[in-house]
Ligand binder design. Structure first.
Ligand code: PRE
Length: 363
């Protein structure tokens, strides 16, 4: 599958002068709840109302969605407000019911995207549909797996495709419910610049207070839209209460978000940008050179260790290096998360170099 301009067609058909907004509750709970939220969303930038009908939950015993009846409530919401409607599908039965209810946008959840079997079943059930089908990233940060799912749908002749970035599971504590790993979405965008890319800030954040910042980052990275979990009484929501915001908060947020253009034309802007990019090129060059020098020193240490029969991994020393650099990083405006990741990558490379020296006699 290669990038195609026509991937953008369905998005352009919305004729929006702002990013696409998909909003609505994590789960449809009651008819009254769905209709109340729909009417409140009608007065915002929202074009599509979302609601989970079947909810994949980590543990059994939690609320697992209202099922088919929720589709009737969504249909009613569509009839009363003119909003398009969206829900998650995870198997052929869901797909059949959603198509029968004339759901406009169907998305495949992160827990389904991980399984090529599930994705293939859904692709087969959706074959040739003109509905919009969005694929959430798999729970694990695996770009080929994400792309593979999109390709399966593309092969099933589904024309209106897009992706949703909802962040990735991690064992480490990061301050996010699901780590954004922005680089992965940027890599996907580089390969498929015309495939609409929607952000799901709710699942990345896990809590309300950082949703705005996550959305702004995505808009700065040219995302095409946002899908935000929205509830008229978020604290009383039956699922994911902490990450839902009110339709009023959503309206305020979309007003405050800055939409930046991908390209600027003014000559002055171009000149200044070129100057700043030239400065970045110089610094990047220095970073790579210095890293090369550091690795050469590592090789020397490797040779010394070999002679003295000392192990490569020196945890105590490494933790000292890490602590010192995290603190220096903070003085230089670099987050602990970034410095730790950066140094871990250096350490791995260092170990690989020494391994070459000790095992393969490189030096
Ligand atoms: O100090 C050492 O013993 C090294 O080999 C250098 C180094 C590093 O890259 O800084 C590499 C591996 C060790 O685990 C600790 C530190």
């Amino acid at each position: 599958m290669t990038n195609q301009k026509k991937f953008k067609n369905w998005l352009q058909a919305f004729q929006l002068d702002h990013p696409l907004v998909i909003a609505g509750p994590c789960s449809a709970e009651t008819e009254k709840q769905v209709l109340t939220i729909a009417h409140q969303l009608k007065d915002t930038d929202t074009s599509v109302m979302r609601a989970g009908i079947w909810k994949p939950r980590t543990k059994p015993g939690n609320f697992e969605g209202v099922g088919k009846i929720g589709l009737d409530w969504l249909k009613k919401a569509k009839a009363e407000t003119g909003l398009k409607i969206a829900t998650e599908v995870a198997n052929k039965t869901h797909v059949d019911m959603a198509l029968e209810a004339d759901v406009d946008v169907l998305w495949i959840g992160a827990r389904s995207t991980v399984s090529p079997f599930i994705v293939q079943d859904i692709a087969d059930a959706l074959k040739g549909t003109d509905k919009i089908v969005l694929v959430k990233n798999p729970v694990n940060p695996d770009l080929p797996l994400w792309l593979g799912a999109i390709e399966r749908l593309h092969k099933a002749d589904i024309q209106n495709l897009g992706v949703i970035h909802r962040g990735f599971s991690t064992y480490e504590k990061t301050g996010y419910r699901n780590n954004p790993e922005w680089q992965l979405a940027v890599d996907l965008q580089n390969e498929f610049p015309d495939l609409p890319l929607i952000l799901d800030p709710s699942h990345i954040a896990g809590k309300r207070d950082i949703i705005f910042d996550i959305c702004q980052t995505a808009l700065d990275l040219n995302y095409d839209g946002i899908m935000v979990e929205t509830h008229h009484t978020p604290d009383e929501a039956w699922s994911d209460a902490a990450q839902q915001i009110t339709p009023q908060a959503l309206a305020q947020m979309t007003e405050d978000l800055k939409i930046r253009k991908e390209h600027g034309d003014a000559a002055e802007f171009k000149n200044k940008l070129n100057t700043l990019r030239a400065k970045i090129d110089v610094v990047d060059h220095q970073i790579i050179n210095q890293l090369g020098k550091r690795m050469k020193i590592t090789d020397d240490i490797g040779a010394l260790k070999k002679k003295n029969n000392v192990a490569i991994l020196q945890t105590k020393r490494w933790n000292e290096v890490l602590d010192k650099m995290v603190s220096e990083g903070q003085d230089n405006g670099l987050s602990e998360e970034f410095v730790t990741k950066f140094l871990k990558a250096i350490h791995q490379e260092s170990i690989a170099h020494q391994h070459q020296v000790l095992v393969n006699d490189k030096k």
